[in-house]
Design a protein around this ligand. Structure first.
Ligand code: SAM
Length: 231
């Protein structure tokens, strides 16, 4: 990984904001990911994220924290927060912004226990593909204190396969439709392609059942997105 995502966050944090990140997937064209969005405050966050922050309690793990926006908010509210991310640049930025406990770490390397675990901005993306979901869920479950909770958001992206007549065209012989190849570029440089998973609520619920987690639909967003609480 070249950590172009981290480089972009560092540029923004250091006052060198000249361009945004460009993303695309195997089923969609170029899209702009505005850097200021990754530094959003509570008011600029989607309702689903605001709800997740309101539900967070106790000791909190922010998985894939990015620039640390959610961690900062919770820390300012007096919670004990740990922020982790595989991006060195992201953790550097989160620290510079004031996140006290931030570490470069992949979620499967975390070993502490928490009351709340947050995975936000398509939190299931980190699971990469459907076949890995139960592995990640089992691992996350193992990091929960008694009565702990996992709060994560995702979307049912079936709509991305819709044609002009409203028909949905999904090849039943191919992988789960939410498994995408994700491409990112910044300042003309291309990041190593990665896998990024969007999971519809029902599929998440089924996966939770198999690992002994209860999965509750907390809130639905405006565009097939949702917040789930796993306990
Ligand atoms: C879409 S960004 C979301 C950032 C932040 N949560 C936000 O809402 O602004 C996903 C983040 O997850 C991180 N990430 C990806 N795989 C990860 C893993 N296995 N463990 C920890 N972080 C990971 C990426 O580096 C990236 O910062």
């Amino acid at each position: 990984m070249k950590d172009l995502f981290g480089n972009a966050l560092l540029d923004y944090q250091n006052g060198n904001y000249t361009e945004d990140i460009i993303t695309s997937t195997n089923i969609s064209d170029d899209d702009v990911l505005p850097l200021p969005y990754l530094f959003r405050g509570f008011k600029a966050m989607p309702k689903l994220e605001q709800k997740a922050l309101n539900l967070a309690k106790g000791s909190i793990l922010d998985v894939g924290c990015g620039a640390g926006s959610h961690s900062l908010y919770l820390q300012q509210k007096g919670f004990q927060v740990k922020a982790i991310d595989i991006s060195k640049g992201a953790i550097e930025v989160a620290k510079q912004r004031g996140v006290l406990n931030a570490e470069v770490k992949a979620v499967l390397e975390e070993t502490e226990m928490f009351d709340s675990i947050l995975l936000l901005m398509n939190g299931t993306g980190i699971f990469q593909e459907l076949s890995l979901v139960s592995k990640y869920l089992k691992y996350l479950k193992g990091l929960l204190n008694t009565n702990g909770q996992i709060l994560m958001d995702s979307s049912d992206i079936k709509y991305m396969y819709e044609d002009e007549d409203g028909g949905i065209w999904i090849d039943s012989n191919s992988n789960y439709y939410g498994e995408l190849d994700y491409f990112l570029s910044y300042k003309g440089e291309k990041e190593t392609p990665m896998k990024w998973l969007y999971l519809d609520f029902k599929t998440l619920q089924l996966a939770c059942e198999t690992v002994g987690l209860q999965c509750e639909l907390v809130l639905e967003g405006e565009h097939f997105d949702y917040l789930a609480k796993l306990s």
